[in-house]
Write a protein of this length. Structure first.
Length: 207
């Protein structure tokens, strides 16, 4: 009787080891991102760029390939440089603080039993602030510019299902188009391009 019970438990574990996404499955996931560019050379001194981002997502599979849902996030980045001039050392620090919320459409392509390649599409609202701090020989000046706009992006990600419920993901940059404007800005800023160097690592739960 004990052997029969152990066999039933083992079969149950095997059955729950992995099941590919199916219609009606829901996924709740979160990602954390870091920029990996670090310090780069500047002819007149040193300059660094850093960024941290967090992003929660919720989606529902409409079939085995497509998951539709919502996404939100917050990112803060800063760039600093030090140079030497006629009036002493100059320090410039630029910062950006952004938040976004919108709709997500993710396409899952199965590569192997547990591995998936996904194209994650996002469209939504972006808001935040751009700040600049300038220091020279004891003098300091700070400005802050609010802004808002819209963003459309596509991110390529790798996803690995540890078991039927838990998933790990990783991505490196995205392709995006957007427009940003603000009361203190002379004109709207349009953007289109690819962003590389920012690693996003995440964990998800399918239920």
């Amino acid at each position: 009787m004990k052997k029969v019970w152990m066999l039933i438990v083992a079969l149950g574990l095997c059955g729950a080891a992995f099941a590919q996404p199916a219609q009606g499955d829901r996924v709740l996931q979160g990602s954390v991102g870091l920029n990996v560019l670090g310090q780069f050379p500047d002819p007149s001194g040193t300059s660094t760029w850093s960024l941290i981002a967090i992003q929660p997502q919720y989606g529902v599979f409409v079939n085995e390939h497509w998951a539709l849902g919502v996404s939100a996030g917050y990112a803060i980045g800063w760039q600093g440089s030090r140079t030497s001039g006629d009036f002493g050392k100059n320090v410039v620090r630029n910062s950006v603080s952004l938040y976004h919320i919108g709709f997500e459409a993710d396409y899952y392509l199965r590569l192997a039993e547990r591995f998936y390649l996904s194209l994650d599409g996002f469209v939504g609202y972006v808001g935040g602030f751009i700040g600049e701090t300038y220091k020279v020989d004891g003098w300091k000046d700070c400005t802050t510019t609010p802004m808002h706009g819209a963003l459309l992006s596509v991110t390529l990600a790798l996803r690995y299902f540890i078991n039927d419920r838990w998933m790990l993901s990783a991505s490196l940059g995205n392709v995006a188009v957007g427009i940003m404007s603000g009361a203190a800005m002379d004109r709207a800023i349009y953007y289109a391009g690819a962003n590389w160097g920012q690693i996003m690592l995440g964990v998800g739960f399918k239920f």
